[in-house]
Unconditional design. Sequence first.
Length: 427
Amino acid sequence: MYSIVLTSHEDFAYARTALKLGTAEYMLKTEMTEDNLRQVLEKARSEISLRRTQGTQATASREHYLQALTLHGSEVAPSLDELKRQGLPLENAPVIALDFCGCAQQDCENLYSWLTDISNAFCFALEKEHSIIIANVSCQKPSTRDNVYKACEAFLAEAQNASCGISEIFASTDFLRAAIDEARYRCSLSFYEPDKSVFWRETAQDISPEEQLFQVEYIRLLLNQDFASAYKHLKSFISLAKQKMPRDIAAFKKTVISSVASFLHFAKDISEDADAMAQKAKQQITLCADIDGLDSAITAVLQPAAQLADTASGLTAPICHAIEYLEQHYAEKVTLGDIAERVAFSPEHFSRVFSKETGVNYVTYLNNLRMKHAVALLEATDMKVYEIAEKVGFFSLSYFSTAFKKKFGQNPYEYQVNFQRGKLAES
């Protein structure tokens, strides 16, 4: 505030009191002229403009500091002096954090009056419609967090697609980053429970062991071209995630995206179709706001291929004979005409029957079979990649490497190195 006192009161005590209270200018009417008034008003305009600029810069600096602390904070706790230097009202007392998704900063600030057990509250925007409140706990008793929970639940009752995460109460500002992290994690759990608005008791769970087991079995099923079982296995992994609610949602989505791409590049006959479908699925999964939407996206993309494999008519004797022959001669140049002749079918008839019974065409099946044996060699030997490619029947190293990366998300050399490192770690 910038105040100017214009008065006819000539009492010096009155003037001293006005100046002590922060009055910028004290003018007696008897001494006022048009020029004096213009100068005073011009000075006021300049001072107010300067204060606004400084205030905007201070606010921007504080917002940047808090965003950096939240997103990229170091292991070193922010000192109380630093918090004060940033203009934050927190004291070195118990702290709590609340993370709001779907609420603008101004709306969250309206919550202060509802939170009777907190003090020194400060709200900052992490991004549009995503704000965080940090505050001291002024009255720490068993019901404090219950009261905060009830206030947030009532506050969000009218909001649509908004959620809140409430941290535990931490001992001091030394744990401010931990409080913010916990509030953010709990708020993110709306991904797993979209019908719930306030999260305040949940703890982070690690599904890394289950994820590793899933990936091993999933790849085994794809290598065996058991697409129906692979699809069911992926759906089971998603159900597990919904139950355990892993902390890193981005990492979970990345695993699902990679799994979908692998499935498509094993099950689709045309590589370009698999590329396009995998890219579209990646965009959809990345944008999914909740796990139910992600599950539906997976169903839409993979279920048709899984159903085709699941409803395959079973293997007749000629196709069984053809597959048995391929198992022994996959590394050779066995054309469709060659294998059709061995079972006394025309190439056209064999191609049609083979696709109907296996769910994929002849070339896709043979390449998948070669890939299965290539993986076995990568895991069990130290052979060079080009040696393995040639040994299993891929006559172009470039084609082998490209196809391998599309199926597994890494090139053959990376796969071999990572697998061997994993074996060493286990031992």
